[in-house]
Design a protein. Structure first.
Length: 420
């Protein structure tokens, strides 16, 4: 057990912007132990067992034959969602679309709040763009101030702006009216992207999406994910919505068969299983509320409100997230996302995916025992950091904000911004 646990933790230590895959972790564990996954943000209630059984029955057909063209699959998805197919481009995962957005639509600079999904900072930097990172203040619960972000974009001269709504990893959500006001304020930019990959899990208002308005604007793109919502990360599919000109540019650049046969099969199953899908979202929202309440009862843990299918927590003082992650995995078979490698976050933060109550009880038991040593009636003792606690992941100097007007709530990053 100790040797396999070491193999697994080595994978995390070797990882940079993203966690190792679940398949790689399972292979490294090598002992047949079932891991409870609080790391990968899937929908645990969808597809239903009946849908998986249907996919199983059709497995030979799915794997044997080529998929239809992306145009055929896009037309079906658009019909199910009530969209004009000329305003839609489907990709092999949202990351493929982020890549093409960067190559085709982003010129020299991109502004994005941090912490956020890593590809929005990493992808443009990989192609030589300037990335202007707007720190979200921990003291304000990582809430985005739209007016301050607009001022930041103007001060930096950014030509593209991106927000994730809800944001990953904290789950913060801007109301629809504020997102529309942001689009209005930045109407003169080359491009404004609203990444709504986790929006299906939100319940703060009836219809928070701005996709319908994006198609009417010359510079707006809304990005949506299907894999996360449908619990099918492995299928790799997502889509964007924009005016026909922008959507058409992306569609024209995509490979002819960029979508696989599994993606096609699932898309054509959707219209017959919308009720089960909607029910799964209600279950996730219920579990999120319960999970936030239960985590909030742990001494020293700061739990942020969330509209995603994950919860962002800050650990007690003197606790190192990487050590806690390793011990939860080795001693309890619980896999969590430690956020020390996310720009604007630190190793004192975890992102915990919303899961059913049976799994949450296992997580809570592991946290209580590992953090406080509460077993056999012993007095709780905080888990010490086994090595110096790392500071928050700094903003790269070449891509820093260059202004002290925005505090991060993290002293190390604030000192970096002010030059202190």
């Amino acid at each position: 057990m100790a040797e396999s646990g070491s193999n697994v933790t080595d994978l995390f230590r070797a990882s940079t912007a993203h966690s190792p895959s679940f398949a790689a972790l399972s292979r490294a564990a090598g002992d047949g132990r079932e891991l409870v996954d609080f790391c990968i943000p899937c929908n645990p209630y969808f597809p239903t067992p009946e849908i998986f059984a249907e996919l199983g029955r059709r497995l030979r057909e799915i794997l044997t034959y080529y998929p239809s063209s992306a145009d055929t699959i896009t037309a079906e998805l658009s019909s199910v969602l009530g969209l004009n197919p000329q305003t839609v481009a489907m990709g092999n995962g949202s990351t493929e679309l982020i890549t093409w957005i960067d190559h085709l639509l982003v010129r020299d600079s991109l502004a994005v709040p941090v912490p956020t999904f890593g590809r929005w900072t990493d992808q443009p930097m990989e192609t030589g763009k300037r990335v202007d990172m707007f720190p979200l203040p921990e003291t304000a619960g990582y809430a985005l101030d739209p007016a301050a972000f607009v001022d930041f974009v103007r001060a930096r001269g950014s030509r593209t702006a991106v927000i994730c709504n809800p944001n990953n990893p904290d789950g913060g959500l801007l109301p629809r009216r504020q997102v529309l006001a942001l689009l209005d304020a930045l109407h003169d930019l080359d491009l404004v992207v609203v990444d709504e990959s986790f929006l299906e899990f939100a319940d703060a208002e009836p219809d928070p999406s701005v996709a319908a308005e994006a198609v009417l604007r010359p510079n707006a793109v809304v990005l949506r994910s299907l894999g996360k919502n449908f619990g099918l990360h492995g299928v790799r599919f997502g889509y964007l919505v924009a005016n026909p000109g922008l959507a058409g540019r992306v569609r024209a650049a995509l490979p002819k068969w960029n979508l696989n046969s599994f993606a096609e099969t699932v898309v054509f199953l959707l219209k017959d299983h919308r009720e089960e899908y909607e029910h799964s979202l209600r279950l996730v929202r219920r579990d999120r509320q319960e999970m936030i309440w239960q985590l909030s009862r742990l001494t020293g843990l700061t739990v942020h409100p969330s509209q995603g299918n994950f919860v962002y927590v800050r650990l007690p003082e003197a606790v190192d997230g990487a050590e806690l992650r390793d011990r939860l995995l080795q001693e309890h078979g619980v896999l969590v996302r430690e956020c020390g490698n996310k720009i604007g976050s630190s190793s004192r933060h975890l992102r915990l995916v919303v899961r059913p109550q049976e799994d949450v009880r296992r997580l809570l038991a592991g946290l209580e025992q590992t953090l406080y040593g509460a077993r056999n009636g012993s007095a709780p003792q905080p888990l010490p950091a086994p090595y110096p606690l790392p500071a928050a992941h700094p903003l790269p100097a070449a891509h820093s904000t260059g202004t002290a007007a925005y505090g991060t709530g993290t002293a190390a990053v604030d000192r970096l911004l002010t030059g202190a």
